[in-house]
Design a protein around this ligand. Structure first.
Ligand SMILES: NC(=O)c1ccc[n+]([C@@H]2O[C@H](COP(=O)([O-])OP(=O)(O)OC[C@H]3O[C@@H](n4cnc5c(N)ncnc54)[C@H](OP(=O)(O)O)[C@@H]3O)[C@@H](O)[C@H]2O)c1
Length: 278
């Protein structure tokens, strides 16, 4: 196995949701390790600005608009890239957050989360697979979450989308191994990004996007299939096997803390849901 800066040198990588956050962190670290990166994002102005911020890497960086929920657009994009640059790695990173009460959430909003977080990943995988299968090489990296390790309370829709991404990735591991295609599912805990909305919501222990990029690329170099990043996620992943009781306590505390942080007791939460469903 190649190590240090060598694994990604001269490789062609696609990173989705790269206009900000973890996607931008991954992009920067890939470029520093000698890769060529096609970075894509939903908001044109934002992804082009992110590309502009990386001009020091010359023609190794390409930035363009792509909404990962658009299957046709994703396939056309990959077909175009493949004409000149066969894709070695795809980082299916684009995603949105969600928190709230499942019982009272609208189906439209639930669908939007699943569309971006699950179908976005499905589209990316299906777009690159025909090429990777023919070449019998490639690596698919899907960004899930700590939410794919434990069921984070009051984040049910997000958890559902991320567990699906983890399950899909781990299943493909077997299906794609005969074709020498590797997979990794990344499960980050807190990284300081726009996903938290207001910067004051960023948890104190959150790591930077560059640190996230380093931990992700290092983990891939070490051959990890399930890759928790940030100490919290590594501890909780270990505890799922060694100390599940500790995780149960953690999740109960988190549930209560999330409610009280929003100024609500469990009783008030109960009454509010009953009131909302009429
Ligand atoms: N930050 C954390 O603590 C954390 C923890 C666990 C997992 N994650 C996961 O990490 C990934 C990156 O999130 P982040 O924290 O870096 O947040 P972020 O800064 O908000 O980045 C998400 C990026 O995805 C893009 N995006 C969203 N929907 C898209 C779509 N339909 N098509 C194309 N691009 C789309 C966004 O672009 P626009 O702004 O233009 O929409 C944005 O640039 C997500 O999958 C998230 O679930 C994050």
């Amino acid at each position: 196995m190649k190590n240090g800066n060598e694994l990604f040198r001269d490789k062609v990588c696609v990173v989705t949701g790269a206009g900000s956050g973890i996607g931008l962190g991954i992009t920067r670290q890939l470029l520093l390790r000698g890769a060529t990166v096609y970075m894509v994002g939903r908001t044109e102005k934002k992804i082009l600005a992110a590309g502009e911020s990386l001009t020091e890497f010359g023609d190794k960086v390409h930035a363009e608009q792509l909404n990962v929920t658009d299957d046709d657009a994703f396939r056309s994009f990959i077909a175009r890239v493949e004409k000149t640059h066969p894709v070695d790695y795809i980082f299916n990173n684009a995603g949105v957050g969600w928190g709230g009460f499942f019982a009272t959430e609208s189906i439209d909003n639930i669908r939007k989360v699943i569309d971006a977080n699950l179908y976005g990943v499905i589209h990316g995988i299906q777009a690159v697979l025909p090429y990777m299968l023919k070449r019998e090489s490639g690596h698919i990296v899907n960004i899930a979450s700590l939410a794919a390790i434990v069921p984070l309370p009051l984040q049910s829709v997000y958890v559902a989308s991320k567990c699906a991404v983890r399950g899909l990735t781990e299943c493909l591991r077997y299906e794609l191994a005969p074709f020498n295609i590797k997979v990794t599912v990344v499960c980050p805990a807190e990284v300081a990004t726009e996903i938290f909305g207001d910067p004051k919501n960023i948890p104190p222990g959150a790591i930077s996007i560059d640190q996230a990029g380093i931990e992700i690329l290092d983990g891939i170099e070490q051959g990890k299939i399930v890759l928790p990043i940030v100490d919290t996620a590594r501890r909780i992943y270990r505890d799922t096997k060694e100390n599940p009781e500790a995780n149960e306590q953690f999740l109960l505390q988190m549930f209560n803390h999330t409610l009280t942080g929003g100024g609500m007791t469990v009783k008030q939460f109960h009454d509010r849901v009953i009131e909302q469903i009429g």
